[in-house]
Design a binder for this molecule. Structure first.
Ligand SMILES: Cc1cc2nc3c(=O)[nH]c(=O)nc-3n(C[C@H](O)[C@H](O)[C@H](O)COP(=O)(O)OP(=O)(O)OC[C@H]3O[C@@H](n4cnc5c(N)ncnc54)[C@H](O)[C@@H]3O)c2cc1C
Length: 402
């Protein structure tokens, strides 16, 4: 097949925009169209996250996550410098709350070292107070290069750059169908209109399984939404932490545990937890979508998942419903935190991919079905890694199908 001249991307989150940006660099003559159902870019995960540029501490060496996070971090730093966007290396401390957590923290240190995380330091006992005076624990790992950014601002800059180069970012276009054309290309359809492309990339976040199926990909993995709720320190107490303070995460779970994160705005958030959401865009307990509930309940992987994690999830739900319980876990490593130090902050919803057997998909997962590439799992640190995911996916899109 000749070089594709029309390429479509579904999803104007940071992943879709980074893929489009890379395609525009590699094929300046191609016409690239990014579509999103919302009225703006970055409305979902990209605009509702912790804003952390992960340095690569946790990821299994040689996984896609490890490689793309490391490369993506460097590219993101350059992008922010080139576009005058904030990139604040305020550093992160991962704290072992007691001796029992030290072996797990040593494992994180081993992975981080294998992943080439720069300037790591092991801080025994009280030494961790040099970095974070209010933190307590048996030991800590300090990653001074972990940074914070505003991922929504980065996504807006990417969209602006694409438009300046003559490409299209069409908002308010909800993809409801994808038709295969006889020439090998596809027609991307909304309820009102359609356009034809030679290649299509699906980066639809919380709906990526549905849109991928429309485009001919299989049902696995399915997306199960997990809400991440936050509290925010009131301005007078934001001096409680200098940068970021994390607990040692439960290694069986893909989430990092409730932590303290300084935002580029200077405010400090505590969170996110991980509670099952009753809607893919369920930012509050009150938001229920019966189609989403049915999609979750009918996925074969949900039963084994629930059997494995019901205790953890019950604890997460109880903490979600009780501020006192929620803050108790954060107080284990920052004891000076008081209940009246915080107010509620906006939540996010994670698109967690789950296999048919109930396994929570940990690594990034990308499929290719003929002229369509689908990004099926792009959880944290996908925002950090977006520019590197863009390179990886663009190479797949442009590779000869043979
Ligand atoms: C609470 C939380 C905290 C996180 N913290 C971090 C962090 O600190 N650091 C980090 O690196 N990562 C973090 N992440 C992960 C990160 O935010 C995501 O991995 C990343 O934003 C995924 O980007 P995306 O473009 O794939 O998805 P999204 O940003 O969700 O974009 C997908 C887009 O597809 C669009 N779409 C969906 N269906 C259709 C359709 N049918 N037609 C048209 N458009 C459609 C949606 O409107 C949306 O704009 C966090 C995530 C959450 C939820």
């Amino acid at each position: 097949m000749s070089a594709p001249s029309r390429i479509g991307v579904v999803g104007a989150g940071i992943v879709g925009l980074a893929v489009a940006r890379r395609l525009a660099q590699l094929r300046p003559d191609a016409r690239i169209t990014v579509v999103d159902k919302e009225a703006d870019v970055a409305v979902h995960q990209t605009g509702h996250n912790s804003g952390v540029v992960h340095a690569g501490l946790y990821y299994a060496p040689r996984s896609l996550k490890a490689g793309l996070c490391t490369r993506g971090r460097g590219l993101l730093r350059e992008f922010c410098a080139d576009h005058g966007l904030a990139y604040d290396e305020c550093g992160k401390l991962v704290v072992a709350r007691d001796e029992g957590e030290v072996p797990a923290l040593r494992e994180i240190e081993r992975r981080a070292t294998a992943n080439g995380v720069p300037d790591l330091r092991w801080l025994p006992g009280v030494a961790l107070r040099e970095v974070e005076p209010e933190a307590v624990g048996a030991a800590a790992l300090h990653s001074p290069r972990t940074a914070v950014v505003d991922f929504a601002a980065i996504a807006r800059a990417m969209a602006g750059e694409l438009r300046d180069k003559g490409h299209e970012v069409r908002l308010g276009f909800e993809v409801t169908g994808v038709r295969r054309n006889l020439d090998g290309g596809v027609a991307v359809c909304s309820a009102e209109e359609a356009f034809a492309v030679d290649r299509l990339v699906v980066c639809a976040g919380l709906h990526t399984d549905r849109v991928s199926r429309l485009a001919g990909d299989g049902p696995e993995p399915a997306i199960i939404p997990f809400r991440g709720e936050y509290y925010r320190l009131v301005p007078g107490r934001s001096g409680l932490v200098r940068g970021m303070i994390y607990p040692v995460p439960d290694p069986r779970f893909p989430f990092l545990g409730v932590h303290f994160t300084r935002r580029v705005s200077g405010s400090v958030d505590i969170g996110p937890n991980a509670v099952p959401a009753a809607a893919r865009e369920g930012y509050t307990w009150g938001r229920v979508d019966l189609r989403d509930v049915w999609a979750t309940a009918s996925w074969p992987g949900v039963r084994p998942l629930a059997r494995r994690y019901w205790r953890t999830e019950l604890a997460e739900i109880r903490a979600s419903l009780s501020k006192r319980r929620y803050l108790a876990s954060a107080r284990e490593f920052v004891p000076a935190l008081r209940d009246d130090d915080v107010v509620r902050a906006p939540a996010g919803v994670r698109a967690q991919a789950v296999d048919r057997d109930g396994a929570l998909v940990d690594d990034f997962r990308i499929h290719r079905v003929g002229s369509v590439v689908t990004v099926r799992n792009a959880p944290s640190p996908a925002a950090t890694s977006a520019l590197a995911i863009g390179e990886h996916v663009a190479d797949l899109v442009l590779a000869d199908r043979g």
